[in-house]
Every structure is written in structure tokens, then in C-alpha cells.
Ligand binder design. Structure first.
Ligand code: COA
Length: 293
């Protein structure tokens, strides 16, 4: 057994219907694949229907599960409502909303146009809000029990981060929404949790965010105490647990899965990691000599 293997039993998500926004590629696709392996019906959404259709048939062939592609720009509330109706028509009910769709521009903030800033806020914050509101209203109206919302945030949702300010601002809002609704909607049987992933490379987004040789210049594994990036299965295992009934008592939590990355940047003396053993010997000897003197 290791972290690239399945964690939960094969029927862990049997009978559940899960909607994954941004499920056509990247981490959303990896989580979708695993949900299907564990017996869930999954609807994936994004703006690009052709990509969704390809992903859905690929994953259905690989897993034997049922995957419904639904075109939807999460920025548009009407489209989100239509997506919900399509999912209900196909599967009868929906149990889980995974707000995964995101966008990000790495840039000095002053170089961004107002529209560029809005674009990220609209996808990440407004998109998550649109889906959360539409699904929440439906669940409350229909008195659907045992439902949950899982939001993908990021570790800089609470620290902030230079050069990704629209994303940091939006993700902080999503985190606040997670914790607020965990309390407010618990009475309706709706749990709200979040995952804050560290570096989990994906082809599309990472090539776009760090083009050319930037990826090699900024080797993100070097920033991680565990000295490696995440494996998609690790994230899929955690997400599956959080949307399963095994996590029924987990509500309002944000689980960081980053190998210790953000804490490494935070601790005041963490940079002393660079000091080799021999230098520690010398420093200890110097300090002890001073004491004796
Ligand atoms: N840096 C700065 N500004 C950018 C930009 C970049 N890399 N790319 C686009 N913009 C600006 C555009 O110029 C435009 O502003 P303007 O109208 O003032 O000129 C604005 O942002 C919107 O751009 P547009 O291309 O119309 O946005 P879109 O809605 O079609 O797509 C994304 C936006 C984020 C969905 C798209 O860029 C994308 O698919 N990105 C990859 C997905 C991603 O970022 N994943 C990361 C997950 S964390």
C-alpha cells in the first residue's frame, strides 16, 4: 500500500450523485475518475462541451461508471440552475457539489486590467457562490437529507499571496463561505468542507501559469518539507472521504494537503533548514564556549 493507491472500499460512494465543476481536466478530472471508481454517478461541467464529452466517455470506459457532461459557465446563475435541472433529470437527485472550477493569472497586480481581476473573482468566488446557492436552495426546498458541499481552496486563502491577488481574494471568500454555511446550513443536513491543496501539478493549468522554462526555475517541490509535489490520487482519496458518509461528523473544516509547504514559508526560523550538520556543531561549540567564558 502507498499513497498512489485507492484508500476507500469500492462501494464507498455507491448511490451518490456528485457534481464536479471544472471536471473536464486537471484535478477535477482526477477526482471525478475516483468518484466513479467508488460507485458514484458524476456530472462534470465547464464551458467546453467537447472536452467534457471526451473526458466523460474516457472515464466511463475506464471505470464502468456513469459520467454526465454538462456545459455550464459557473459565472452565470441561469446556466448553473440549468445544469442542476439537467443533473436532476438524469440522476433523480444530487448529493454533493464539488466547487472545483477555478482560474488564476500570475501577474503583478498593477498590470492586471479591471476586467482581468473581475474574471478571476467571477469564476472562483461568484462561480462557487452561484453553485452553492442554487444547490443549497434546491436541497432546502426539497428537504434532501445528507448532502454536502466541498470547496477547493488553496493555502494562500488565509495567508494571502503576492502575484495571485485576485485568486487569493476570491479563495479567501470561498473559505469564509465554507465556514459560514457549515453552521448555517447544518440544520438542513448540508455539510460544508474545503480542501486546500498545495502543489499538485496538472498539465494545462501549470503550463499556462508557469510557461516556458519558468516551471524548471521555480521547482515547487523544493518548497515542500516532504520534498515532493502531490500525487493526484492523494487528493482524490481525501476528496472521496470528505464527500462520503464516513466523514459525516466533519463540518466546517478545511484540510490542507501540501506536504507542509505553507508552514515552511511561515515559521520565522525555518530558513535554518539550510544549515548543514557541521555548521550546527560549530555553532553549538561557539555558544557553549561563550557560556563558559
Ligand atoms: N494575465 C493577465 N491578464 C490576462 C491573462 C493573463 N495571463 N489572460 C487574460 N487576461 C485578461 C484579458 O486581457 C482580459 O482583460 P481585458 O478585457 O481587460 O483585456 C481578461 O483577463 C479576461 O480574459 P479572457 O481571455 O476573456 O477570459 P476568459 O473568461 O475567456 O478566460 C480563464 C479566463 C481564467 C478561464 C482562462 O484564462 C483559462 O482558462 N485559464 C486557465 C485555467 C486556469 O487558470 N486554471 C488555474 C486553476 S488555479
Amino acid at each position: 500500500m502507498d499513497f498512489t493507491k485507492k484508500m476507500l472500499r469500492d462501494d464507498a460512494l455507491a448511490g451518490k450523485t456528485i457534481v464536479v465543476t471544472g471536471g473536464g481536466s486537471g484535478l477535477g478530472k482526477s477526482m471525478t475518475k475516483h468518484f466513479l471508481e467508488l460507485g458514484a454517478n458524476v456530472a462534470i461541467s465547464s464551458r467546453n462541451l467537447e472536452k467534457l464529452q471526451n473526458t466523460a466517455s474516457e472515464l466511463e470506459n475506464e471505470t464502468g461508471g456513469k459520467c454526465l457532461p454538462v456545459q455550464c459557465d459557473v459565472r452565470n446563475y441561469d446556466e448553473v440552475e440549468k445544469m442542476l435541472q439537467l443533473v436532476l433529470a438524469e440522476f433523480g437527485e444530487v448529493d454533493v457539489l464539488l466547487n472545483n472550477a477555478a482560474g488564476n493569472f500570475i501577474s503583478p497586480t498593477e498590470r492586471l486590467s479591471a476586467n482581468a481581476f473581475d474574471t478571476i473573482i467571477d469564476i472562483v468566488l461568484k462561480g462557487s457562490k452561484n453553485c452553492t446557492l442554487a444547490f443549497g436552495k434546491h436541497w432546502i426546498d426539497k428537504k434532501t437529507e445528507n448532502t454536502s458541499i466541498l470547496n477547493i481552496v488553496t493555502t494562500y486563502a488565509w495567508t494571502g499571496s503576492a502575484y495571485v491577488v485576485p485568486s487569493a481574494t476570491a479563495k479567501a471568500g470561498v473559505l469564509a463561505m465554507t465556514r459560514s454555511l457549515a453552521v448555517e446550513w447544518a440544520k438542513y443536513g448540508i455539510r460544508c468542507n474545503a480542501i486546500a491543496p498545495g502543489p499538485f501539478p496538472t498539465k494545462g493549468a501549470w503550463d499556462r501559469l508557469l510557461p516556458g522554462d519558468l516551471k524548471d526555475k521555480f521547482d515547487l517541490a523544493k518548497k515542500v518539507p516532504l520534498k515532493r509535489v502531490g500525487d493526484h490520487q492523494e487528493l482524490a482519496n481525501l476528496a472521496s472521504y470528505l464527500v462520503s458518509d464516513f466523514s459525516a461528523y466533519l463540518n466546517g473544516e478545511v484540510i490542507t494537503i501540501d506536504g507542509g509547504e505553507w508552514l515552511k514559508g511561515a515559521g520565522q526560523f525555518n530558513l535554518l533548514e539550510a544549515i548543514p550538520e557541521e555548521l550546527w556543531d560549530q555553532l553549538e561549540a561557539m555558544i557553549k564556549a561563550k557560556k563558559r567564558g
